[in-house]
Write a protein that binds this ligand. Structure first.
Ligand code: UGA
Length: 433
């Protein structure tokens, strides 16, 4: 099929390249000329395992192209909207500027009878509004939310857990048939596909992310209680996780969740529920957010306490800047936040991350960035692990001890073996254990 993908950020670039890998002819469109130039040259503008290969294969096949010119979407049968819906500055709700602009641009060039498939995470009710607008040009619109995780983006796109099509009664059969054609290879594998109305599809996405955020904050709340009772939250998570109804996944306590999705999605959902007069239904999400933000401060407090309340001038190594491993994404990153807060208190912070140094440096040039893990550890008076990179998990306590000035470590992700570090002579502190 001929497809267009509007917005070539995380979601869009991955979607465009993945759809080409399924055999479609795809044009990815974005207003950012630098981003398009990189993609067209086969260089992903962000770190995502496997993307470079899918991108290069797509470009070599001639079925994947990139453009800044919206008129290039004119031949496409389906137009995917994959632009961002960031948090509005100074407010909790989602900024819909890019979705609205993308829809207008598509409608200027799309052929009648084509289908817009919205993938961006939007406030419930958006699809209904845009469907009316599209109908004036004879274009159909469905909502087809995306559930990819950074670090697993290609796999999650070409082999997702489920597909969701949010359609209107009027065009249900046509839209379903079109999307089934797009995803034929995926459906052949037996992937569950749910056809819903549009509000359901929009809500599925924010409900999923709200649930995940709640699960993380739940275990972090248990970490807070563990800290005052002497319990170990990691063992607690293992024990409750054996109950299949609960499950062990997403029960890792630590500095909490960040990234471009979970934090802004729970805030936008709260704002939308309040607009709908149902703020009380999701009022708990405010607490989920608060618990999450408290965990960042908790690590900072632990570090400061270890210097008897005065961290000023002390050399603190912060290991990790990305919001999660296998990513260079620092949006709302707890790791970066911890580094910035410690720096703000006058600590001599030295940061290191295997992938996110450049993105972090651009956002926070005031921080000190070490060019290697070894340099970061050299002469350190406190080591703080805040992103669960495998390089940090693999650190050897004895070898690391030889590099630092004071063997004090804070395991903000509970990824180290406390006994091994203590036996090697370290003062080890985890989160809720
Ligand atoms: C999240 C969802 O997991 C995806 O399903 C969704 O498609 C995506 O948002 C989106 O809306 O686009 P992602 O932002 O890539 O994906 O990150 P997650 O893997 O969900 O991790 C989010 C944060 O939670 C990270 O900072 C991670 O370190 C933290 N986390 C995760 C924990 O603190 N504890 C856990 O047990 C799990």
């Amino acid at each position: 099929m001929q497809l267009s993908v509007i917005g070539c950020g995380y979601l869009g670039a991955v979607h465009a390249a993945s759809m080409a890998s399924l055999g479609h002819t795809v044009v990815g469109i974005d207003v950012d000329e630098a981003k398009i130039a990189k993609l067209a040259a086969g260089e992903p503008p962000f770190h995502e395992p496997g993307l470079v290969d899918v991108l290069k294969d797509g470009l070599a096949s001639g079925r994947l192209t990139f453009s800044t010119d919206y008129s290039d979407l004119a031949d496409a049968e389906v137009h995917f909207i994959g632009v961002g819906t960031p948090q509005r500055s100074g407010a909790q709700g989602a900024d819909m500027t890019y979705v609205n602009a993308a829809t207008d641009a598509i409608l200027e060039h799309a052929k009648p009878g084509s289908l817009i498939a919205g993938k961006s995470t939007v406030p419930v009710g958006t699809a209904a509004r845009l469907t009316e607008l599209a109908a004036t040009k004879g274009v159909r619109l469905a909502w087809n939310p995306e559930f990819l995780r950074e670090g697993f983006a290609i796999k999650d796109t070409v082999d997702p857990d489920r597909l969701v099509y949010g359609v209107t009664d009027a065009t249900r059969d046509e839209d379903t048939a079109t999307l089934d054609n797009v995803y034929a290879t995926i459906l052949d594998r037996g992937t569950p596909r749910l056809v819903t109305n549009q509000p359901t599809a929009e809500l599925v996405k924010v409900a999923a992310n709200s649930f995940l955020a709640t699960k993380i904050s739940f275990i972090n709340a248990m970490a807070e209680i563990s800290e005052v009772t002497g319990a170990d939250v990691t063992q607690l998570a293992d024990a409750i996780g054996h109950d299949e109804r609960i499950g062990r996944k997403f029960l890792n306590a630590g500095v909490g969740f960040g990234g471009g999705c979970l934090p802004k999605d729970i805030r936008a959902f709260t704002a939308r529920a309040e607009e709908l007069g149902k703020g009380e239904s999701v009022a708990f999400l405010k607490q989920v957010d608060e618990i999450n933000l408290r965990r960042r401060q908790r690590v900072v407090d632990l570090v400061v306490d270890s210097f008897d309340g005065q961290v000023f001038g002390h050399r603190v190594t912060v290991l990790g800047l990305a919001f999660k491993p296998d990513s260079d994404d620092i949006r709302d990153s707890p790791a970066l936040d911890v580094a910035v807060r410690l720096k703000g208190l006058g600590a001599e912070v030295v940061s290191y991350d295997p992938e996110a140094m450049d993105t972090a440096r651009r956002a926070h040039p005031q921080l000190n960035y070490a060019d290697s893990l070894e340099t970061a550890l050299d002469g350190s008076e406190a080591v703080v692990v805040v992103t669960e990179w495998k390089q940090f998990k693999a650190l050897d306590p004895a070898e690391t001890l030889a590099k630092v000035a004071r063997p004090v470590i804070f395991d903000g992700r509970n990824i180290l073996d406390p006994a091994a570090w203590r036996d090697a002579g370290w003062t080890y502190t985890g989160m809720g254990r």
